[in-house]
Design a protein around this ligand. Structure first.
Ligand code: NAG
Length: 743
């Protein structure tokens, strides 16, 4: 891939031929073309690079420009991949980064060897979509297990009270608050009353999240055995409201008569949000919880730390957020972390900085609990942990300066004399915690206990903590004196390979002692094995009956059936397939579409057509967006009956390298999240189990049409207003919806 950086001197003085460097964020494979010669590019760390003038560089006069050509090993498919976040640092003032104006421009002509997806291709993909009138659509989404319409209508006004017994008071209040936004006035919530009311009533014998909803001309009844069931009944009632009713307040809204009996397919319907790469304010998190609740997602996996940030205040370890919660130009990461993903030199002026105070976190937990959403906190370790490592380095330094050596070493996450050299997937050289150090476990226990205290204060349930475990690069720990000592003294550890089981064995003990189970990425339950001279990853039998919950994310490049292998081996599996659920991937192969694309392109059809127990059946595209070679699926492992019982649910993660604002976040999320919600809640669709291929295709086209019409005619118009309004994507990149219409 070829690209160019043009330096334009908009200042009054000339840019001298030397004495400065230009920092920016890009893939380290981004190099000046050999013929360029006038500059060199150095890799600082992560995706932070530095362009330095050589002797050949000539000063740039005021108003003049200079263009430098670059090559990059990576594909440059969209603007998200372009180098960005440039700032200048003068050699004589190296601690200060001077922002410069950045413009990313679409290069003229072909950007790379990749061809973008043509409108024709998209048209052909979607040509079977029928136009279905809104009245013919199922008026509750995700699709209920049993649904019928009764030809009656009910007129809802603010004078219709909500009648709820005490156990359902909280659900009634949330419903009343929502109805107030439509009816202009909050309906009363009372403990008794008959006739034209919204009645939330207890019915014995239903499954934990199941509910029944009847709307007739006489009133509305929601029945369930649990508050969660009642809550889902109220959410169905909300999606039953015609979206137009949300546009302005209405005195009366007419609801269609329905008879619904409903229960979810999976008990684990998860959305993961990465707030480490870029931060999202508390208010936005609460808004997303409302969105999750509306579509009956019940697990919020909160990715709270990574290499580029630590986002939860831990009062015992203030550096975690004071240092690890901020990004800006620095030479040594002692005050804050270096810029990543174009976060620029200024600590305060970037989505790269920010954290949740203890009070914020408690509020989030309570808000989620009231909406029957469990929050799984993730403490990402031992890799992807640079922010924590640097924060504990800063703490060490502070205490050493105060002469408190012992205290200083108490929570260190690395051996200060470790000479190991490695490079993580995201190009960090120093992002893996040293698992041989006792201080590592002191650190984890302190963080865990402070976190558990916040759950307790919030009155929120917690069953598991997620300890990450993904992408630990080779080469780590090899030259750590502390690791060498452990290998010498601990008979269970013979080499650095054994450290994986040593670490997750210890972490497992720690969480079990607190009555929790361990969650993590697939890697926590894998071990390396040599097969025909190749290293492969296989489920590790040693942990298979430890109740580990693994988010299996990799379903590419020989790992197509990994999720099924792990489930068959006894691991509890959350299907988090990159090719269908990685919401951070760009919608289409188009220069203007933001997002990563290493796992392919991900439009709303990908989560929608995912078949949980037979997902390779619908594996249609390779990572380039081309039709996949299906012959390679022939010998894959299928789910056994036991394996099926170990699939606990589905998850869509939103990684945030490219998500620098709430608007961008919503764009990446919507409408893709609705495909996930449908698959997580609704029954297996008929087309998934129909053996006759032609019939199955026909059934699929019908289901896809229903879904697309539901999005276009009900759910996206609703989201224009719901919870303050969402910035969803509509099929044309860059298009906007104003006044409920596509512009
Ligand atoms: C993977 C990384 C993640 C990154 C994401 C981007 C996992 C479990 N790990 O490389 O840190 O943000 O891809 O799509 O996904």
């Amino acid at each position: 891939t070829l690209s160019a950086v043009t330096l334009t001197n908009t200042g009054k003085a000339a840019l001298p031929a030397k004495g400065w460097s230009l920092y920016f964020n890009a893939s380290p494979s981004f190099k000046p073309k050999e013929t360029a010669g006038a500059v060199k590019v150095e890799h600082v760390n992560g995706d932070l690079l530095r362009l330095v003038p050589t002797e050949k560089f000539e000063s740039i006069a005021s108003g003049a420009s200079q263009s430098i050509e670059f090559t990059s090993a990576g594909r440059l498919v969209n603007f998200s991949q372009a180098p960005d976040g440039f700032y200048l640092v003068w050699d004589d003032n190296p601690e200060v980064g001077v922002p410069v104006k950045n413009t990313v421009k679409k290069p003229a002509g072909s950007v790379s060897n990749d061809s973008f997806v043509s409108p024709e291709t998209i048209y052909n993909k979607n040509r079977n979509i029928q136009d279905i009138p809104a009245e013919k659509l199922t008026k509750v989404f995700p699709t209920p297990a049993q649904y019928s319409e009764t030809n009656q209508t009910f007129t809802l006004t603010a004078a219709v009270p909500i009648v709820a017994e005490n156990a359902f008071r909280s659900e009634a209040d949330i419903l009343a608050t929502h109805l107030a936004t439509i009816l202009g006035k909050q309906p009363a919530v009372q403990s008794s009353g008959k006739g034209k009311v919204i009645c939330l009533q207890k019915k014995k014998g239903l499954q934990p999240e199941a509910y029944e909803l009847q709307v007739s001309s006489n009133g509305i009844i929601i029945a369930a055995s649990t508050p969660a069931g009642i809550f889902y009944g109220t959410q169905s009632l909300i999606t039953l409201l015609p979206p137009a009713a949300l546009a302005t307040t209405q005195k009366a809204v007419s609801l269609p008569g329905v008879d619904i009996t409903d229960a979810p397919r999976f008990g684990h319907r998860a959305f993961m949000l990465d707030v480490a790469r870029n931060f999202q304010p508390k208010q936005q998190v609460l808004k997303i919880l409302d969105l999750m609740a509306l579509y009956k997602l019940n697990v919020f996996h909160f990715h709270l730390n990574d290499d580029e940030g630590w986002r939860l205040e831990i009062p015992a370890l203030p550096e975690l957020t004071q240092v690890g919660g901020k990004r800006g130009h620095t030479l040594n990461d002692k005050k804050n972390l270096v810029p990543s993903y174009a976060s620029g030199p200024n600590v305060s002026n970037t989505a790269g900085s920010g954290f949740y105070s203890k009070a914020d976190f408690i509020e989030i937990l309570q808000y989620a609990k009231a909406r029957h959403i469990r929050v799984i906190p993730e403490i990402e370790t031992p890799g992807h942990a640079r922010a924590a490592i640097k924060a504990m380095d800063a703490r060490y330094e502070r205490l050493m300066q105060e002469g408190k050596k012992q205290e200083a070493e108490q929570y260190l996450l690395r051996d200060l004399n470790d000479q190991s050299a490695y490079r993580s997937v995201q190009h960090w050289k120093d992002n893996v915690i040293d698992v041989s150090l006792p201080s590592t476990y002191d650190f984890l226990e302190t963080v865990v206990d402070e976190m558990l205290q916040m759950y307790k204060m919030a009155g929120a349930p917690i069953e598991t903590i997620h300890f990450g475990g993904d992408e630990v690069p080779s080469g780590v720990w090899e030259k750590s004196p502390s690791v060498q000592a452990l290998i010498k003294n601990d008979p269970s550890v013979n080499n650095t390979g054994d450290l994986w089981f040593y670490y997750f064995g210890k972490v497992n003990k720690m969480v079990k002692a607190r009555n929790l189970y361990l969650s993590g990425w697939e890697e926590i339950g894998l071990r390396k094995e040599k097969q025909n001279g190749r290293t492969v990853y296989v489920p590790n039998p040693d942990f298979a009956d430890e109740n580990f919950h693994v988010d299996v994310w990799n379903n590419l490049w020989g790992a197509e059936d990994l999720a099924y292998k792990m489930a068959n081996a006894g691991y509890k599996v959350v299907l988090t397939n990159v090719t269908n659920f990685y919401l951070d991937l760009a919608y289409q192969k188009d220069y203007d579409e933001p997002g990563l694309f290493w796992g392919g392109f991900l439009d709303v059809d990908k989560p929608f057509y995912f078949i949980p127990f037979d997902y390779t059946k619908n594996f249609k595209e390779d990572t380039n967006g081309d039709p996949v070679d299906r012959s390679k699926f022939k010998n894959l492992q299928k789910l056994t009956v036991f394996g099926k019982s170990n699939i606990v649910g589905l998850q869509g993660p939103l990684w945030s390298e490219k998500i620098t604002s709430p608007e961008r976040m919503e764009y990446m999320l919507l409408p893709k999240l609705l495909g996930l919600a449908e698959r997580a809640w609704a029954k297996d669709p008929a087309w998934a189990t129909e053996p006759d291929e032609a019939k199955s295709v026909k059934l699929y086209n019908q289901a896809w049409s229903d879904f697309v019409n539901t999005l276009g005619k009900r759910e996206l118009p609703r989201l224009t207003y719901y919870a303050g309004g969402f910035n969803y994507r509509i099929p044309t990149p860059g298009a906007k919806v104003e006044d409920g219409k596509v512009q």
